[in-house]
Design a protein around this ligand. Structure first.
Ligand code: EPZ
Length: 429
């Protein structure tokens, strides 16, 4: 199993290219199930989660062609992927595939909308909380599907097609909003989604669906209106930049010091996180190439932050901010309001010398003068990268184990950081 070795204490200087967003790529690939025609996606990141979703779609009969690198093309360009769900040979998504990646459960929506039925394994629990799917199923039921749960599988049926409906989510859910939007695109009549998630990835998927012939308005607000159409067609779409990758590297620079251009980073996708960084004393400048982040010498001010649905501070940056605050001059408080158990990084940060006290959903972090390298591991993607951030400022060597978590969501992480001067390398095997 690969590991990452980091020797802390080096500032970061240079340019980090931001990849296409994982959390837009996954639902965009799933949206390909809605049409017989080819969907072409540009700027697709090279990630383990993308490869896993390829396997899942392949199991339904979807053809996926990934364009090779053209002569002269920079390695940091995302890939172009051609996806054709011309004939769906199987409407079942088995446990072995779905259990590896929760977002794959979302295939249930396009399958039932286009094929009239879908049988998808329940995704099960995971390292950051219970993560139920009740709201996704509620949305499909509102659209006229019948839902049965049998042997760990959800069976959704709508033999005569879905019908437009009013769907009010009692809680903001990204997956619920994606699936409701996809299913409603092929339903008969109009669907109104209230209390919809406003995450930028929802807007990106809505844009792509509209290019495919859907009639969606209001994506990016909490009220989305979808006028169903009988069929969708092929389209070409460029995946938006990854706001979580952008925020992660911004925090890495804040931690290590230095000055880095986050190329293609878009500030409006993560304003709440940038505001918090500015509050800590880090300099953030927007240029026409991206976002410049710098910290030269000055200490970090502590902050009080609670995660919230977009446009609030993202839960997917909570662990990274906590790593940064381990070195702040004073006491910070971070409250996690989205997932009940997203603190797997705390005990590992403590192993590096951090002072963190957990009380329910709030972590109190007392900044320390120094962290010291150690072997660490984490059980989810964002927790793993928070350990990398801490290691950049820790004295001596840190080995981050279970690197496959990082590979799920960060493209060429060690290369990007090493190019800016970090002492970081992958140890294979
Ligand atoms: C998406 O997960 C992201 N995943 C997550 O990113 C992200 O942390 C999360 O949104 C919140 O922003 C992808 O986009 C692929 P939710 P999702 O439905 O859609 C509860 C990462 O590291 N809920 O918005 O699964 C749920 O338990 C990942 O990249 C229900 O109660 O999240 C949570 O408390 C991790 N019933 C809250 O809603 C449901 O049926 C928000 O979850 C669905 C959700």
């Amino acid at each position: 199993m690969d590991r990452i070795r980091i020797v802390g204490g080096r500032p970061l200087n240079g340019t980090i290219p931001i990849s296409g967003a994982k959390n837009a790529t996954l639902p965009l690939m799933i949206a390909s199930l809605l049409t017989e025609d080819t969907l072409i996606l540009d700027n697709v990141p090279r990630l383990a989660d993308v490869i896993q979703l390829q396997r899942i779609l392949g199991n339904h009969g979807v053809d996926i062609m990934i364009a090779g690198k053209r002569a002269g093309e920079a390695v940091n360009n995302g890939r172009t992927v051609h996806i054709s769900a011309k004939s769906i040979v199987d409407t079942t998504a088995p446990y072995e595939l779905v259990s590896k990646m929760r977002a794959s459960f979302w295939v249930i929506a396009p399958l039932v909308a286009r094929m009239g039925e879908a049988k998808v394994s329940m995704p099960g629990g995971c390292a950051i909380g219970t993560r139920p799917v009740d709201l996704l199923l509620m949305a499909l039921e509102r659209l006229g599907a019948t839902i049965e749960i049998e042997g760990g599988y959800v069976i959704a049926r709508a033999p005569r097609g879905l019908r437009g409906a009013e769907i009010t989510f009692p809680k903001v859910t990204v997956g619920g909003t994606h699936t409701a939007m996809m299913a409603a695109s092929l339903a008969q009549g109009t669907t109104v989604i209230e209390n919809a998630a406003r995450e930028p990835e929802i807007g990106d998927v809505a844009d792509c669906l509209n290019k495919m012939g859907a009639r969606i308005s209001g994506a990016g607000t909490s009220r989305i209106v979808v006028e169903g159409v009988p069929r969708l067609h092929g389209a070409r779409h460029t995946v938006l930049p990854d706001r979580i990758e952008t925020g992660t590297y911004a925090m890495a620079v804040a931690m290590a010091g230095g000055d880095v251009l986050l190329q293609n980073g878009r500030p409006e996708l993560l304003q709440a996180a940038l505001d918090v960084l500015i509050e800590t004393g880090v300099s953030v400048t927007v240029t026409n190439e991206g976002i410049r982040v710098g910290r030269n010498g000055a200490g970090l001010a502590p902050v009080q932050v609670a995660t919230a649905p977009f446009p609030g501070f993202p839960t997917d940056l909570q662990a990274q901010l906590m790593a940064l605050m381990t070195r702040a001059r004073g006491v910070s408080r971070i409250t996690e309001t989205i997932f009940e158990n997203r603190f797997m990084h705390v005990q590992e940060l403590v192993r590096l010398g951090a002072h963190i006290h957990l009380d329910g959903e709030t972590a109190t972090i007392e900044g320390v003068d120094r962290l010291k390298g150690a072997p660490v591991m984490a059980t989810d993607l964002r927790a793993s990268v928070s350990l990398v951030i801490a290691a950049l400022a820790a004295e001596g060597e840190t080995i981050v184990n279970r690197v496959y978590h990082l590979d799920r969501g960060f493209e060429r992480l060690e290369e990007k950081l090493a190019a800016c001067g970090a002492a970081i390398e992958r140890i294979s095997g």
